[in-house]
Design a protein around this ligand. Sequence first.
Ligand SMILES: Nc1ncnc2c1ncn2[C@@H]1O[C@H](COP(=O)(O)OP(=O)(O)OP(=O)(O)O)[C@@H](O)[C@H]1O
Ligand SMILES: [Mg+2]
Length: 455
Amino acid sequence: MTDTTLKPLLVVEDNPGLQKQLKWAFDGYQIYIASERVSAIELLKQHKTPVVTLDLGLPPDPTNASEGLATLDEILAIAPHTKVIVVTGNDDKQNALKAISLGAYDFYQKPIEPEMLSLIVNRAYSLYELEEENRLLASQSSSSGLDGIYGTSPKMLAACHMVEKVGPSEATTLVIGESGTGKELIARALHQLNPRAKKSFIALNCAAIPDNLLESELFGYEKGAFTGAVKQTPGRIEVANGGTIFLDEIGDMPMPLQAKMLRFLQERVIERIGGRETIAVDVRIICATHRNLRQLIEDNLFREDLYYRISEITIEAPPLRDREGDKLLLAQIFLDKFSQKNGRSFRGFTDSARAEINNYAWPGNVRELENKIKRSVVLADGKRISSEDLGFAENIKPLSLNLREARENAERQIIQRALEIYDNNVTHASEAMGISRPSLYKLVKKLGMPEPGKL
Ligand SMILES: Nc1ncnc2c1ncn2[C@@H]1O[C@H](COP(=O)(O)OP(=O)(O)OP(=O)(O)O)[C@@H](O)[C@H]1O
Ligand SMILES: [Mg+2]
């Protein structure tokens, strides 16, 4: 019978005499006994025992530790935080050490003295409980209090504090920050905190839509307004009525449309293309950009009056490299998330991987970190994620002495790298490389590389 006030303990032991002895040895524990690997794993899954004592000599060949070590490996793969105490023959130090290197918590050599063993088990249990409590605290304190936004660095906490203050208001808000810093995440959080949260959040990426289509996307059109306008179609602003419209990459909006946008911001009415009716729309407006709008204003590419309208409040998503402590925190959160999704289990990162994560400049910010970890979870063979798994060890090196070949190889690698960092976003990748989008496409074609997006 199961007594839920007792602590669960799994004993894996094939010797019936010892099984009996152990059953009596542990006061205050609910003991589950398995004599071989399959039933041990089953009991572990069923009762989630924090502590396991594991005899290394298990059938089919109890004189050999291989089945015991395999069982240890399986236990830790399923439940990496479990404290496993291996029990070995009295002259089997070699296997005891091997078990520790595989991740066992401690070892105990036969013959069994129940008092001694129960002391070790009690200590393992206390440690497990302490660690569990820490894990819980860490997971609570790592969240900023906003849905899906994690961070404990002062810069991130300051940004989140702004979001909490501005979210419930009607202020037109501009979210700035480098590529992949979480601008869209912040925009969604602002919407979630607003009474409009029950209504829709409509996002439109001004950089992703060709200039000539952007106007009709935003404002909609009447039937027959232009060739192809076969039926009356409301624009995104109109669809967002009552909710929030998120204009992403507002810095890429063409000048003529900026004038129309300014009018909408001032008067809060729209006219569909080809229509005469003015339609009042009640929306909260949030804009975002990774560009320097002041520079664009200076270069006459962005209207200053529009800038003041959209930036009643500005929130900056800080670059990942400036968020002390957040890099490893986010790495661990993404590792947990993708491990779970892929049915895999890792014991964290190797020391060198942790150092690389901390020291790398992260030009593609959180998105780059997320992508690197997503990939490593699929590819990694070891128990911990290494720097190689994260792709840190791949240096760009010339593969040929022929100057033209060497240059083309370097170009190929750099393009690949930039597209990887910016998640195949050609605009961001070409900007980082200091060339225009068309030049990047031309180069890709010249080098015989697959078209970006299909890499
Ligand atoms: N603080 C954070 N906590 C957890 N996940 C985050 C955080 N910041 C960003 N992310 C994740 O990183 C990815 C990129 O975020 P998001 O799309 O919001 O960035 P962005 O600034 O809009 O990027 P871009 O400029 O490329 O459009 C998303 O998958 C997002 O969930
Ligand atoms: Mg974005």
